[in-house]
Design a protein around this ligand. Sequence first.
Ligand code: PRP
Length: 181
Amino acid sequence: MADALGEILLTEEQIRRRVAELGRQISADYAGLELTLVCVLRGAVVFLADLIRHLSLPASIDFMAISSYGSDTQSTGVVRIVKDLDDSIQHRHVLVVEDIVDTGLTLAYLLDNLRNRSATSVRVCALLDKPARRRVPITLDYVGFTLPDCFVVGYGLDFAQRYRGLPHVVVLSPEEVCPRG
Ligand code: PRP
């Protein structure tokens, strides 16, 4: 039996159009340059795969996996690198590709780490932003959609490793009401 999910917040078509727009914008902003896309595993792989097909410039891909040290240290943003980049980013233009920015703690750690590696530039492209949840200030250079504070799955985002393959972004629980801004 299919699970009961909640409201669809972003349809497949809305996502497709927005990702194409982001691709055009990024291609224009970096015209004449080469990019390194740094994908933060795991949720961002779906977004990355679509985004790179809308870039009209040379772009390499690298991956990082990050894990929290545990629930008691989560609130401090203490995280560790589970898988590091394969290649150096020295003298590269780096665009970090994230599926969602929530508290900002993961990205704050990651940006701090990447900015110590002598890249030419480090910017961020996040498909989804939940600013109401932010605990540390983060500058997002490209944002697909700003979402209300409710738990969403699909298009790479999971709950207990499920639902990543849904083509749309949907609220997890049928009972949850998402406040609209
Ligand atoms: C999500 C997302 C970010 C992080 C954002 O990853 O991909 O990396 O959470 O949360 P924050 O802003 O509160 O730090 P998650 O831990 O769900 O792992 P996953 O991508 O493997 O699903």
